[in-house]
Design a protein around this ligand. Structure first.
Ligand code: NI
Length: 135
């Protein structure tokens, strides 16, 4: 736990919105609304920062068929071109055919989106997810 100062505030919301929110808070297993609201606030901040300030931190996860000729070299070449937004990378051999690559990204949102799009469109890349978070 950090030693962050905590502020209290009250929130007004339409009853049906609060009902829906409380149902999901319960299903997710949060102890109280505060933690869920903090998480929702972080998501809003992340989205705003990503879209309007053009900055983000997160991960790209992609699954690809490592038996496709030259694909691994191509994916490596792309990552070298985008090294200014890549913090780290992890490779997991899933089974005989499939590899999972996890790339930690940080920096300009357009560049990160460009990296994701470039990787996603290579032949042999089966799935790619980009997740942005707020520290
Ligand atoms: Ni592999």
């Amino acid at each position: 736990m950090s030693d962050e100062k905590v502020s209290r505030f009250s929130v007004s919301a339409p009853s049906n919105l609060l009902d829906k929110f409380d149902k999901i808070v319960k299903r997710l297993g949060y102890d109280d609304r505060s933690k869920a609201i903090q998480s929702a606030m972080r998501s809003l901040i992340t989205e705003y920062t990503w879209v309007h300030e053009g900055e983000g931190v997160g991960v790209i996860a992609l699954v690809y068929d490592h038996e496709i000729k030259n694909l691994e070299e191509t994916l490596t070449d792309v990552q070298h071109r985008y090294e200014n937004v890549i913090s780290s990378s992890m490779h997991i051999h899933l089974d005989e055919h499939n590899c999972l690559q996890i790339i930690a990204v940080k920096g300009d949102s357009k560049t990160i989106q460009g990296l994701a799009k470039t990787l996603m469109t290579k032949r042999g890349v089966k799935q790619l997810k980009l997740a942005i978070v707020t520290p």
